[in-house]
Design a protein around this ligand. Sequence first.
Ligand code: ATP
Ligand code: LTN
Length: 330
Amino acid sequence: MPKRIFSGVQPTGNIHLGNYLGALRNWVALQREYESFFCIVNLHAITIAQDPETLAEKTRELARIYLAVGIDPEVSTILVQSDLSEHAELTWLLNCITRMSELERMTQFKDKARKQQENVGVGLFDYPVLMASDILLYQTDLVPVGEDQKQHLELTRDIAIRFNRDYGETFRVPEAFIPQVGARIMSLADPTKKMSKSDEESEAGCVMLLDDADVVRRKFKRAVTDSGTEIRFDSTRPAINNLLTIYQLLTQKSPEEIEIHFAGKGYSQLKAELAEITIEFLQPFQERVSRIDDDKLDEILKAGAARAQLIAGATLAQAKHNMGLIGARS
Ligand code: ATP
Ligand code: LTN
């Protein structure tokens, strides 16, 4: 069987440079080496209340973003999670072998639950099991994600190993693919926090892929910097390190080249250059987003769901069979 990758992004808020540099960019780079499935995880999105109309719009916008960053629908499968009932159905089976204590340990749940206060939904608690179902349904080998998803991947592996042990070999045990550089892009407004689309306070620190040039310039201009003046990669200076990491990934230059380029220059020059480099990347990308027509998008998503269903359906049937979930004989 060919090696497979699977990954997903939630169609909530606006997709930012962190999502691109930590995840999407690597999907594009890996898609020709692996059989690839890229999902718009709208069932994950509803673990926090969403406005239905906005969610539907954001789902299609995210599909356009996948295409415009370079996911090629001829070689990769793009699917919307709710188009396949297998994701929710496998979640139920896996719920029955997952422990409360495992989910209580998830740091993303703890962070998000804190923000929700008394309105923490059962879905938010169960989020990692739905994610495990996504991955295991496709017999995935590799899951390209940012650093924040590492714990969820470890849980997915534990669930797969447990299921295989208790019910016989059913799922491939996946591995996380976390990039060495860019796995955790920090907020420009607070370099101790990751760039995040659901953190409303840090909107100023989050460069969105659909931001226009002036907004991008303003956000970089206002970026927090550390004390000191030297422009060097230095993990003890998180603000400058973050700006340089973004620079490195967008220009593909080596850290040495970048340090030489900025020797004797100041922070304002770095910020100004970084803004222009980002805009150069974003403008053609945004043009591609606006050029994808609705009918073409429908066609891609329908074909994606059909292709995905073949694999997801077979895995789910096997899992049900192995668990003894058999009724009328056909
Ligand atoms: P939220 O903050 O609302 O949870 P998010 O910005 O983390 O959202 P997700 O849809 O949860 O976005 O994540 C999509 C992908 O982007 C995941 O693979 C995640 O690991 C990656 N990612 C998210 N934020 C960053 C970041 N700051 N740096 C690198 N990768 C990131
Ligand atoms: N939880 C992930 C999104 C996600 C995902 C997946 C990523 C849902 N299902 C399967 C990889 C594989 C996040 O990025 N917040």
